[in-house]
Design a protein around this ligand. Structure first.
Ligand code: ATP
Ligand code: MN
Length: 388
């Protein structure tokens, strides 16, 4: 899977003054809107565009103006001028080494840009978090690990290792590789693919839930035999067994597998219909990401079913979920025509969640009726509140 491009070469789409602002103006890059110094850009200029969630390298002088922001690029609201700015555009002339790169080139590694939150880096890494076993040790011995001496030891790698000898678990922490034949879950941002707004076709609109991506699958081992391998994965790694340490306090992936009896259900679907591979993917929510929906129990909301390599359409997915007692992500509209402008679609993402109406939603995901094309629309208000 391609890593997310946090920095890319783009052209300036438009420039607009901000009422009452003398030194800054608004510019458009793809479908993104951000502020720039007045006069810095004119339409069609080439720029380096750095997305929200990025951290720029301290070592590069050209980013020194970001020092007070800890070199991080976030969603910003300029209340005074009633504008929201997302991302950072810099003139290509400051980056002579990138001058001849074409529009669209990913320059994340050239510029040494990384994810700003360590949590994102770890969550998205294909390796097991080397700190996960220490974290879960502390969680298992909550009271003890409040002790100041222990707390101090936990600050040092050597201290953590010693404590682990006494309090660590002997559980395995050898994850397996994410199976190559399963597509990892991912969604493009509408701001990076604004051409979708020209679509005249209807879309299925679902609520985007903010949790952790879960994948469950059965894989027929031998043609004609009803023997299957069962697979449980997080976003990027296969969770070898129930005891595997993962990024969260407990192994939510196996917990949800048990809660919904997923292994047996997927086997039944495969056997009854003579399928070889059945994959079900959903968002695990609850005690992850800071429990934004304030749920008492972890839960799974399905958004993908893939049968023998083909993602089935939404109607069939809903039907199978009903039949096998899975929850789907909240389905808002199954015949939705997209608004024509970026501002309209951005505004509709703001609002409250179907699974807890007291809490703001993260946004929406839109899919075509065949379940092939899709994109996400993350609420700017949600990002502002979550400081990213
Ligand atoms: P980044 O933008 O940094 O790549 P990310 O890879 O974590 O972030 P998200 O922003 O979380 O991606 O968006 C894609 C993810 O959204 C999917 O992988 C899936 O786990 C999750 N998701 C939540 N709700 C839905 C939904 N209704 N439909 C599809 N995916 C959903
Ligand atoms: Mn995410």
């Amino acid at each position: 899977m391609a890593e997310r491009a946090l920095a890319h070469i783009e052209k300036i789409e438009w420039v607009k003054p901000i009422e009452g602002a003398d030194n800054i103006e608004l510019i458009g890059v793809l479908g993104w809107v951000c502020i720039a110094k007045k006069g810095e850009f004119k339409p069609d200029d080439k720029a380096v565009y750095i997305e929200i969630d990025s951290k720029c390298p301290e070592s590069d002088e050209r980013f020194s103006f970001l020092k007070s922001k800890h070199y991080k690029v976030k969603t910003m609201k300029l209340g005074k001028f009633k504008v929201i700015s997302q991302g950072l555009a810099l003139p290509i002339t400051s980056f002579p080494e990138l001058l001849d790169k074409p529009i669209g080139t990913d320059v994340t590694t050239d510029l040494k840009i990384i994810y700003s939150s360590l949590e994102d880096v770890r969550r998205k890494s294909n390796k097991v978090d080397p700190e996960a076993k220490y974290k879960s040790m502390a969680v298992r011995h909550k009271e003890l690990f409040k002790n100041p001496v222990i707390k101090k030891m936990m600050k040092y790698k050597s201290g953590r290792k010693i404590l682990f000898l006494f309090f660590g678990s002997r559980k395995k922490d050898n994850p397996k590789k994410f199976p190559e034949w399963i597509k990892k879950t991912d969604e493009n941002r509408i701001e990076n693919c604004p051409f979708y707004l020209q679509s005249e076709e209807p879309w299925v609109k679902t609520e985007k839930l903010d949790g952790t991506s879960c994948t469950f699958a059965v894989n027929r081992l031998k043609k004609g035999k009803d023997k299957f391998e069962y697979i449980v994965c997080s976003r990027n790694v296969r969770q070898a067994d129930r005891n595997q340490e993962c990024y969260h306090e407990s192994n939510i992936y196996w917990e949800l597998s048990d809660k919904y009896d997923i292994e047996n259900k997927l086997k039944e679907i495969a056997i009854k219909n003579n399928y070889n591979r059945v994959v079900i993917q959903g968002e695990g929510v609850g005690n992850v990401q800071g429990n934004p929906y304030k749920l008492k129990e972890n839960d799974l909301y399905v958004f993908n079913i893939v049968i023998d390599g083909v993602r089935i359409d939404n109607a069939l997915m809903e039907y199978i979920c009903k039949l096998y007692e899975f929850k789907t992500v909240p389905i808002i509209d199954t015949n939705y025509y997209l608004p024509k402008t970026m501002e309209e679609i951005k505004l509709e993402a703001d609002g409250f969640s179907k699974i807890n109406p007291k809490v703001r939603r993260e946004g929406f995901v839109y899919r075509d009726l065949y379940g092939q094309q899709s994109f996400k629309n993350v609420s700017r208000e949600y990002l502002l509140r979550h400081n990213s």
